[in-house]
Structures are given as structure tokens and as C-alpha cells.
Design a protein around this ligand. Structure first.
Ligand code: AMP
Length: 472
């Protein structure tokens, strides 16, 4: 890919990776490692414990997947005997969507090796996962709760795990997984390599690292509250009652582009997606009231390009990695400024260029000011002109018959106390609060943050300040 944030001097074939892995990497189209890959792969290959500061979107999955596969390669077996395929690497992720994505990537990188991988997560019948586990897999990707369910049912054995990855460790702690993590770690052999990835280095994360890592090497590639330079940000000032019309106008102005639209509430997400469908836009919603099956279907349809507009709440969108997403629209801006950073991080991944548009009404301007303070930049603002014809059809998503208090039931319920124990049958992803961890002052051994400014895509007829291009 041309628009990657990569290290210019280093190439994948300079990292000491084995031929089957290099072949798989080159088949994905990647030529140069991203900064986190260039830094983490050689260190992980040396068997060191790592504490890596990297968000989703930096290429961190390959940063741990490739060294894992490389280290397991000498043990790979083509035998069909399950005994020849014990679990040797365990990757823990906070959410099932992330688990699915990580395992998909591992499969891609392992495709020219006999190494097997599997993902297990809650919310689906455990019995469907057991036969796959029984055939034997070297790399297991799991959410903590479901992993423990399997441990209890004795459907897997962790006695031969040599490498442990804690992916998005800060989120795992935010979601109350610490007790589960402690239980899991106690089941693993003491002699093992640990790779921890976290977007932020809070004191809690440092404690986790102290407890479970051995002399970790600290690496970091980007500040957690920095918005990527390659994402063009734009605010349209608009009345609340005209937002839906403006959104339709924006989407219809550039109907070939896929977009994630963020709302604050599940109800608004549902209504908005229905309203867009009525306008003839292929839309669907992803939020906590949808079943796991519905969420996966919506995500798959979006990834396959069958859905153009995916309407999502903050919680539902966390961890989503969608290749080459050119645009994110904040239908409502978040009241927590850190969520803005997470949202717009859905576009401009791994250095590709992206556009993040926010529709802001008067009541939201105070939140906008908070966001600008956090990201330390002023976002270009323009008063939106909404076509009169479009405005007429614009009320459904924001002014439906439902009760106002229900409408404002914000999904990421920050006021709730942290959950400390796992509810076995519940879906913790949607019930638990999310508190972005504070930036820390961790001493960073190496910083490879080198985002290259990529050309801005001319979406919606261009995004120059004062551009009246909204009216077609
Ligand atoms: P991740 O942070 O692992 O979720 O990766 C973010 C995105 O970057 C994914 O879509 C990857 O497929 C992509 N990616 C990973 N490594 C590279 C690379 N070296 N060059 C280009 N894209 C990459």
C-alpha cells in the first residue's frame, strides 16, 4: 500500500523472518513494517518481554503475530494428531470483535505454515468451539471470560503456553478483567515470554506489567491523545433538527465512500440507520442491543462493501479495524473528549489518509471545545447549508416517538462503578464502563512516531475551509 506510515529504511525481509511468513506478508501487499512492527518484531524474536504502547491501527497485530509464528515454526507439525498441536501461544483480547480480527490476521500470516490458530469468545454456544479446540491449535486467541469457561470444562490445556500476549491491556483493565487475568496467568507455565500491548500506560498498567512481565522492554510509537496527522478533521455547525438532512446530503454527495457514523445512544443509532435506509442508503447499526450474530453480520456486510454506512455507538465500535475506511462522521460528538480520538482513529489507519467530519449543534459546542483542548488543535469549522427539500425528511432519527430519557441512555455508561467480577452469562463488552486511562509519563526507550502526511482525499467535493460544496 502506498499511503502507509512505515519506516522508510527497514523492509520486512530485514527483520529475520522466515520465508513462509515473508511470503504471507508480501501477499497482503505490505512491503515495509510499520514503526511498531519494526521495533517490536526483532525484540520479540530475541525472546524479550515487551510492554508496547500502541493503539489499534498501528499494525500491532502483526507486531506480535509474526514473531509468535516464527518462534513456533520449529515446533510446527503436519500431523493430524491433536497431541502434536498443543496451545503454545495465547493471545488475550478484551472484546470478541478484536479477538476475531486478531485471529483472522494470524491465519493470514500462518497460511504457508502448518501452524493452526483458533478464536474463542463468549456469547456463542461453547459446545461449537470445543470440537475445534480438540483438534489442537498452536495459537489460541480468546476473550478472558470464555477462556476460563473452557478451562472449567477442561476443554483445553494451557500447560504448554510459551508466549502470552495481552492485547489492549488497558481496555481489559477498564472492563474489569483483572480477576480473570490473574486466574489465567496462574494457569500458565512460569517460564514464558510475555508481550503486552496497551494504548496508554496508566499506573494500573504499569502494575500489571510489574506483576506479570519479566524485565520488559518498553516501546511506544504514538501519543495516545494525538489525532493522526493524516486524518483531515472538519466540523459542520448545524441545528440539531437538520442533522439528519445534512448527513443524508453528505452521504449522497459521495455515495461511493464507506463511512462509520457515530451516535451517542443505541436508540439514535437504530433510528438513524433505519432513516438512512429509507433514503436509499445501504445502512446498518451496530450497538449493544444487537445480538452477537447481528453484529458480526453487520460488520461482515460492511467489510464486504454491501453496507455503505455503519451507524455505531462508541462501545460497539471499539477495536474495530476496517481496512481503508476513508471517512468517519460524528453525528453527535462525544461528551468525553477521549472518545473523539478513538472514533476518528477508525479512519486513517496505518498511515492511510482519512476524513473525520463532526456535525455539531449549539448544545455540543462545549464538548467541541474540550476536544480541541485535548487534541491541542483547532478543527476547521463551517456553517452547514442544508437543502430545504432534504430537511423535510430529517426528523426521524432525532425526534422519534420514544421517551427522551431512553433516547439519552448513553451506552458507555461512565457513571457506573467498575465491575470487578465476571458475570459468566452476560456480555461484559456492553455492560462495563469504559474510562480512557490517563496519559502517563512513562520513560520511553524508543519512539518511532513518524506519521507521514498523506494527501487528503477530496471527499464531498473537497473540504477546504468555506467550501460551499454541500449543496449539490
Ligand atoms: P492493527 O493495528 O494490527 O489492527 O493493524 C491496522 C491495519 O494496518 C490493519 O488493517 C492491517 O492489515 C494494516 N497493516 C498492518 N501492518 C501493515 C504494514 N506493514 N503495511 C501496511 N498495512 C499494514
Amino acid at each position: 500500500m502506498e499511503t502507509m506510515t512505515t519506516t522508510t529504511e527497514i523492509k520486512f525481509d530485514m527483520l529475520g523472518l522466515a520465508a513462509p511468513l515473508l511470503k504471507a506478508v508480501s501477499e497482503t501487499g505490505y512491503t515495509t513494517p510499520t514503526p511498531i512492527q519494526a521495533k517490536a518484531i526483532p525484540l520479540a524474536l530475541r525472546g524479550l518481554d515487551l510492554m508496547a504502547g500502541a493503539q489499534t491501527g498501528t499494525g500491532k497485530t502483526a507486531a506480535f503475530a509474526l514473531p509468535i509464528l516464527q518462534k513456533l515454526l520449529p515446533l510446527a507439525s503436519s500431523s493430524t494428531s491433536p497431541a502434536k498441536h498443543p496451545i503454545r501461544a495465547l493471545v488475550l483480547t478484551p472484546t470478541r470483535e478484536l479477538a476475531i480480527q486478531v485471529e483472522e490476521s494470524i491465519k493470514v500470516y500462518a497460511k504457508h505454515t502448518p501452524l493452526r490458530s483458533l478464536v474463542v469468545f463468549g456469547g456463542v454456544d461453547i459446545k461449537t468451539q470445543t470440537p475445534h479446540l480438540k483438534t489442537g491449535v498452536e495459537v489460541l486467541v480468546a476473550t478472558p471470560g470464555r477462556l476460563l469457561d473452557h478451562v472449567e470444562q477442561k476443554t483445553l490445556n494451557l500447560g504448554q503456553v510459551q508466549i502470552l500476549v495481552l492485547d489492549e491491556a488497558d481496555r481489559m483493565l477498564d472492563m474489569g478483567f483483572m480477576p480473570d487475568l490473574k486466574r489465567i496467568l496462574a494457569l500458565l507455565p512460569k517460564q514464558r515470554q510475555n508481550l503486552m500491548f496497551s494504548a496508554t500506560f496508566s499506573n494500573e498498567i504499569k502494575k500489571l506489567a510489574d506483576d506479570f512481565l519479566t524485565n520488559p522492554t518498553l516501546i511506544e510509537v504514538a501519543r495516545s491523545n494525538a489525532t493522526a496527522e493524516n486524518v483531515t478533521q472538519k466540523v459542520y455547525l448545524v441545528e440539531q433538527s437538520s442533522k439528519q438532512a445534512l448527513l443524508t446530503q453528505l452521504l449522497q454527495a459521495d455515495d461511493s465512500k464507506q463511512v462509520i457514523i457515530f451516535t451517542k445512544t443505541k436508540l439514535t443509532a437504530s433510528r438513524l440507520s433505519r432513516a438512512l435506509q429509507k433514503e436509499g442508503i445501504a445502512a446498518d447499526a451496530i450497538h449493544g442491543d444487537k445480538s452477537q450474530k447481528e453484529r458480526i453480520e453487520a460488520l461482515d456486510a460492511f467489510k464486504a462493501g454491501k453496507i455503505m454506512a455503519l451507524v455505531a455507538t462508541d462501545v460497539a465500535a471499539r477495536g474495530l479495524d476496517i481496512d481503508q475506511l476513508p471517512m468517519v462522521i460524528n453525528y453527535e460528538i462525544p461528551s468525553a473528549p477521549e472518545d473523539y480520538v478513538h472514533r476518528i482513529g477508525r479512519t486513517g489507519r496505518a498511515g492511510a489518509s482519512g476524513v473525520a467530519i463532526s456535525l455539531v449543534c449549539e448544545d455540543e459546542e462545549k464538548y467541541l471545545a474540550e476536544i480541541e483542548k485535548l487534541i491541542k488543535r483547532t478543527i476547521d469549522k463551517e456553517k452547514a447549508e442544508v437543502k430545504a427539500s432534504a430537511r423535510k425528511t430529517s426528523h426521524r432519527a432525532t425526534r422519534g416517538p420514544a421517551k427522551r430519557d431512553e433516547d439519552h441512555a448513553i451506552e458507555s455508561n461512565r457513571a457506573k462503578p467498575r465491575q470487578t467480577a465476571r458475570k459468566p452469562s452476560a456480555d461484559p463488552w456492553f455492560d462495563k464502563p469504559y474510562e480512557p486511562a490517563a496519559n502517563s509519563n512513562s520513560k520511553v526507550i524508543s519512539s518511532l512516531s513518524s506519521t507521514r502526511k498523506a494527501p487528503v482525499a477530496a471527499l464531498l467535493g473537497g473540504l477546504k475551509s468555506g467550501s460551499p460544496k454541500l449543496n449539490k
